[in-house]
Design a protein around this ligand. Structure first.
Ligand SMILES: [Zn+2]
Length: 506
């Protein structure tokens, strides 16, 4: 999938594809037990795909091959590491680096499978079951697999060329190779469901049934070893890195013991096919009841992998939940990870939600005074403006004060401010009178009616009252515009006008 993405994006550097898919360029895309799957699933979901991390691990990696043969704790830990970013030392932790079982060298393919893929998908996909060490035959077509020309090590993430090179299988029992391939297929497809303890119990039971045990415990080591070698033949065991020689230190006997020492899955498959015809038969086998251990009260589990698993499962299931909600669902895991693996914890938890600030209770009496002061300032600004004159209205004042929103949405909570605004707001006529008075007091030129009309920006004949007022100023007729007009200083202005006019006459 990574390779296909990389090719389709036409990136020159593989790290760009890795960054897109896994959120980091500093990883290696491996075929068997890849990590960062949680991140990958998240990114795929974001792009509209519906894969869950669990589906990716179960259906597209080799985890299923290893899981039944790992102690539960290690299996859970491995799963958690694949979900997260625990690639460092993952293979070593499963004993894969030190095992004598040969590693996979080349990507392998089956020509018949390729033909089927071409027909059904229009392109060739690699079967994960073919990419297991020690598989030589396609379990679906029972024909020998071909090596591609691409080694696992030098895979550049782009080209798989299907050059044919065939492994010589003539020296091996072909039907046995087919059975082994089918066993791989069965296990990788997740059909072998048994716990590690159950696996060991079945081994013991089968040893007992097939007469390799004295009593219930003592193993006839020589007999089981000889029969095992005869069953497979030295050559085949050699090919699988599974020879059985030294009676004191060999993998076969240790696989039968109830230890947590890890045995390679290939070797487990050989054991299973030694006892049973197929893995399916093995999975159906019910152990002898006399060998079943008495049920003990479970000792407290000193394993924390399940914390990772639990939290990731919760995040997977409830991606929109907050940290607090996840915590309430599994407090133990949440706490443990928060304390013991803070780094991992922070990387996987949903981002912290910043609590919405609780709106402060507003003391409206204080606010009223505060706003009133601002409004008064705005009014005096408006009154001082000349070019152009600005009419004092509630909206103009509010807009100027910067408190427009607060005032207009909280009129009833700001009584003093509103009372003031209603008092100072000018009617259209009041505005005209104010302009005239301003012109009279500001002008140094000889005052004429025309000058007043012009400088006060008043259109003649527009307001009869205004025309009359201007007329009266020059005829000495008293017109009362002070009362109810809001123009408190009209008399002063009139006096001023009289004084100004007298000055001009002299
Ligand atoms: Zn095939």
């Amino acid at each position: 999938m990574v390779a296909r993405y990389h090719r389709n994006m036409s990136y020159t550097n593989l790290s760009h594809s890795l960054n897109d898919l896994f959120g980091t360029p500093n990883i290696k895309a491996v075929y068997d037990l890849p990590c960062h799957i949680g991140e990958l699933a998240g990114r795929l979901n974001y792009s509209g795909f519906t894969y869950t991390a669990s589906e990716l691990i179960r259906n597209h990696t080799l985890f299923n091959l290893y899981e039944p043969f790992l102690p539960n704790e290690l299996a859970e830990k491995t799963y958690a590491r694949m979900l997260g970013c625990g690639s460092l030392g993952l293979h070593a932790s499963l004993g894969l680096c030190s095992s004598t079982v040969p590693m996979l060298e080349y990507y392998k393919f089956c020509p018949e499978c390729n033909a089927e893929f071409m027909k059904s998908h229009g392109g060739i996909y690699l079967h994960r079951v073919h990419q297991t060490p020690c598989i030589d035959v396609c379990p679906y077509h029972r024909i020998p697999l071909f090596n591609s020309s691409v080694t696992i090590e030098n895979f550049d993430g782009r080209h798989i060329s299907y050059n044919r090179s065939l492994v010589d299988l003539s020296k091996y029992d072909y039907s046995m190779l087919v059975r082994i391939a089918e066993a791989f297929e069965y296990i990788i497809s997740g059909q072998l469901r048994c716990s590690y303890a159950d696996l060991k119990l079945r081994y013991r039971s089968l040893l007992k049934e097939q007469n390799y045990l004295y009593g219930n415990t003592r193993l006839d080591t020589q007999k089981v070893m000889n029969d095992f070698i005869n069953h497979y033949g030295e050559k085949l065991l050699m090919r699988f890195g599974a020879t059985v020689e030294d009676v004191y230190c060999n993998w076969l006997l240790s696989a039968f013991r109830n230890t947590d020492r890890i045995t390679h899955p290939v070797r487990h498959i050989l054991i299973i096919l030694f006892f049973c015809e197929s893995v399916h038969d093995f999975s159906q086998h019910s152990p002898l009841s006399e060998l079943k251990p008495e049920k003990r009260i479970n000792a407290p589990k000193n394993d924390f992998a399940h914390h990772y698993k639990s939290i990731l499962a919760l995040i997977d299931k409830f991606p929109e939940k907050s940290r607090q909600a996840l915590r309430s669902m599994d407090n133990a895991a949440y706490q443990w990870l928060n304390i013991h693996d803070k780094d991992w914890f922070e990387r996987h938890m949903p981002p912290k939600r910043i609590p919405k600030p609780v709106p402060k209770r507003i003391n409206w009496a204080d606010k009223d005074s505060e706003v009133l002061a601002k409004v008064k300032k705005s009014v005096s600004q408006l009154l001082s403006e000349r070019n152009p004159f600005v009419r004092v209205t509630i909206y103009a004042v509010c807009g100027r004060s910067g408190e427009q929103y607060r005032i207009l949405n909280n009129r009833h909570k700001l009584p003093k401010t509103m009372k003031y605004l209603e008092a100072v707001a000018e009617t259209s006529l009041q505005f005209q009178y104010r302009k005239i008075r301003c012109v009279i007091s500001d002008t140094n030129e000889e005052l004429t009616k025309e000058l007043i009309y012009k400088n006060a920006c008043i259109v003649k004949y527009r307001f009869r009252e205004v025309d009359d007022y201007i007329e009266s100023l020059f005829s000495g007729v008293q017109i009362n515009v002070g009362k109810n007009s809001g123009v408190q200083s009209s008399r002063i202005c009139d006096n001023l006008l009289g004084w100004r006019l007298r000055q001009k006459k002299q």
